[in-house]
Design a binder for this molecule. Structure first.
Ligand code: F6P
Length: 349
C-alpha cells in the first residue's frame, strides 16, 4: 500500500503528532509506504512530495506547526484542470489512499476528491473546535491554554492601571475558544459570535466593576458582533476557499466603550500566537489517537470518512456530513450556563 498524507488549511498545534501517528501506525501494521505531500493541496496539484519513513517522523511529537507545510489557498476542486492535476499526482505516486488532515475547508475538498475516485480519510484539526460531528479537535486545548495565560497577564496589568482590558481571540464563527479561555482566565465579560451583544449591557458591566473593582477584563471572539451590526472583517482573500478573514472587533468595541467610561479602555488582539507553539499533553494524546484511528480506517478500507470524537469515544462519520457545516456553541451548553450563573456577562442583558 502507498498512502499519501497532507495537512491543509491553517496550521495548529498537534499536526506533527498526527503525521507521526499515521505514519508509524501504517509502517508498523501493514508495511505501507507513506508519502508526505508538501504544502497541502498545492503540493498535491504541483507534485511536491517526500517519503515519510520512521526517521522522518521521529522527534516531532512535541513540535508546533507541520513538517509538511500547509496552504489555505489551494483548492483542487476550483476547476477541472486543478482536479486533474491533483489526481495525476495521486496516480503518479500510486497512492491507494490519501489522509487529509485539516479543517472544514479541507474536509469539503477531501469529500470532492473522494467523489472523483480518490479514496480519502479525513482527520479534523482546528484550534477553533468548530468541525461538525467532532466534539474536540486537537489544537483547541493548546489555544485555550495560550489565551488563558494571556487573560491572566492582562488581569494583573489591568488591575494595576484600573483599565478595561479587551482581549480578542480567534475562532471564526464559533465562540469555543473565547468561552473556555474566558472562563479559565476569569474574564468578567465574554462575547461570543453566537450571542449578538448589546453594547449598553457591556458598558453596564464595566461601569458596575468600575465602581467596585476598578478594572474589567473582556474576552471577545473575533466573530462577535453587536446587535443589528456586522462582523468585523479584517480582509478578503479572494484566492482562498474561505475568503473572509475576521479581526479587529476588540478595537471596534474599545472605540464604542471609551467615551462612556472614566477608565482607559485597551484592546489586545492575540492573533496567530494562538496557533503557534508546542501542543499541550492533551493535544498530543488526542492527535496521536486521531492519527492512529485514521491509519485503522485506511487498513479497514473505510474511505470518504472523517475521524471523530463523540461522547468521548473515537469514531468516524461520512465526510459528506461534515462539509460546509460549522459546530457552534449551543445556548444550553453547560459551561455557558455555569458562567452565567457565577455572574459572567455575555452582553445580552
Ligand atoms: O481556522 C483557524 C483560524 O485560526 C481562525 O480562527 C482564524 O480566523 C483563521 O484561521 C485565520 O487564518 P489565517 O492563517 O489565514 O490568518
Amino acid at each position: 500500500m502507498r498512502i499519501g498524507v497532507l495537512t491543509g488549511g491553517g496550521d495548529c498545534p498537534g499536526l506533527n503528532a498526527v503525521i507521526r501517528a499515521v505514519t508509524k501506525s501504517l509502517l508498523r501494521q501493514c508495511g505501507a509506504e507513506v508519502i508526505g505531500i508538501e504544502d497541502g493541496f498545492s503540493g498535491l496539484m504541483q507534485d511536491r512530495t517526500r517519503v515519510l519513513d520512521w526517521r522522518a517522523v521521529s522527534g516531532i511529537l512535541f513540535s508546533g506547526g507541520t513538517i509538511l507545510g500547509t496552504s489555505n489557498r489551494a483548492n483542487p476542486m476550483a476547476s477541472e484542470a486543478d482536479t486533474e492535476a491533483a489526481l495525476a499526482t495521486a496516480r503518479k505516486h500510486g497512492l491507494d489512499a490519501l489522509v487529509a488532515i485539516g479543517g472544514d475547508g479541507t474536509m469539503a475538498i477531501a469529500h470532492g476528491l473522494a467523489g472523483c475516485g480518490l479514496p480519502v480519510v479525513g482527520v479534523p484539526k482546528t484550534i477553533d473546535n468548530d468541525i461538525e460531528g467532532c466534539e474536540r479537535s486537537f489544537g483547541f486545548d493548546t489555544a485555550v491554554a495560550t489565551v488563558t495565560e494571556a487573560l491572566e497577564r492582562v488581569q494583573t496589568t489591568g488591575q494595576s492601571h484600573g483599565r478595561v482590558m479587551i482581549v480578542e481571540t480567534m475562532g471564526r464563527y464559533a465562540g469555543w475558544i473565547a468561552l473556555e479561555a474566558g472562563v479559565a482566565g476569569a474574564a468578567d465579560v465574554i462575547l461570543l459570535p453566537e450571542i449578538d451583544y448589546n453594547p449598553q449591557a457591556v458598558l453596564d458591566a464595566c461601569l458596575a466593576r468600575e465602581h467596585r473593582q476598578h478594572y474589567t477584563v473582556i474576552c471577545i471572539g473575533e466573530g462577535a458582533k453587536p446587535r443589528g451590526g456586522a462582523m468585523t472583517i479584517e480582509r478578503m482573500m479572494t484566492d482562498s476557499p474561505d475568503p473572509i478573514r475576521l479581526g479587529g472587533v476588540a478595537n471596534v468595541l474599545r472605540e464604542w466603550l471609551q467615551p462612556h467610561l472614566g477608565s482607559e479602555v485597551r484592546a489586545t488582539v492575540l492573533g496567530h500566537v494562538q496557533r503557534g507553539g508546542r501542543p499541550t499533553p492533551f493535544d498530543r494524546v488526542l492527535a496521536t489517537q486521531f492519527g492512529n484511528q485514521a491509519a485503522q480506517l485506511v487498513q479497514q478500507g473505510k474511505f470518504n470518512r472523517m475521524v471523530t470524537l463523540a461522547g468521548g469515544r473515537l469514531d468516524s462519520i461520512p465526510l459528506g456530513q461534515v462539509a460546509g457545516k460549522n459546530r457552534r456553541v449551543p445556548m444550553d451548553h453547560p459551561l455557558l450556563i455555569a458562567a452565567r450563573q457565577i455572574g459572567v456577562s455575555f452582553g445580552d442583558a
